[in-house]
Design a protein around this ligand. Structure first.
Ligand code: FES
Length: 214
């Protein structure tokens, strides 16, 4: 049970009893694995990372294969759209819930141009969806830019959905806070820093340095 439901069960016990009773008794014909796979579809569709992290491991535990979990994510596509599906795939890959990329998968060369320097405001977080993953671009000086992976080093949440404090970003899941000028974790002080993605500036354009696979 989530912390929020536990809270409701204590502060509004009558309402929570009916709510929990609905969850418990409304679905009778579906087996546990199917229920959890459907939960994945709904969590991807509404874009709730917390729900996805809660139900996807349950599907695996109930006997779903990684291929079936990937199918469930993709089934959300018509209602969720591409961005939510890609976000979910990123989270699930970090949780090791999806099939491995086969050794004979085709290598794809991707466009490694991120944009013109002027596209990135000074001293502000700028998020990009790239085929290699979500990125944070931070332009600290006119011609100095750092590119970070947007995955929180704590538990892989998307920092682009965190709180933008200008030169700092705060993860919305457990509130780790990072200095975007250095990538260091400020809170907690001993937390891991952001992963820097190698990049370069050429003729006023920003590129990733080493992109070989989508
Ligand atoms: S996932 Fe970001 S602080 Fe925990």
């Amino acid at each position: 049970m989530s912390k929020a439901l536990t809270y409701l069960a204590k502060t509004r016990p009558e309402a929570a009893t009916h709510l929990l009773g609905f969850y418990k008794h409304s679905v009778q014909a579906l087996d546990e694995k199917t229920r959890h796979l459907i939960q994945i579809v709904t969590k991807v569709t509404v874009g709730t990372e917390r729900g996805l992290r809660q139900y996807a491991p349950k599907a695996l535990k109930a006997g779903a294969s990684r291929e079936e979990i990937l199918d469930a994510v993709l089934m959300a596509f018509p209602a969720a759209g591409l961005n939510k599906v890609l976000d979910a795939i990123e989270i699930m890959r970090e949780m090791d819930l999806l099939p491995e990329i086969p050794d004979n998968a085709p290598v794809t060369t991707v466009n490694n141009r991120l944009g013109s320097l002027n596209d990135f405001p000074l001293q502000r977080m700028h998020c990009l969806q790239h085929s290699t993953g979500n990125l944070i671009v931070f332009r600290s000086q006119a011609d100095h830019v750092t590119v970070y992976s947007a995955l929180c080093p704590h538990s892989k949440a998307n920092l682009c959905q965190g709180t933008d404090h200008g030169t700092r970003v705060e993860c919305r899941v457990h509130n780790w806070t990072f200095d975007l000028t250095t990538g260091q974790c400020l809170e907690p002080a001993d937390g891991a820093g952001l992963k820097i993605i190698p990049s370069m500036v050429r003729d006023g354009e920003l590129f990733l340095s080493d992109v070989t696979r989508a």
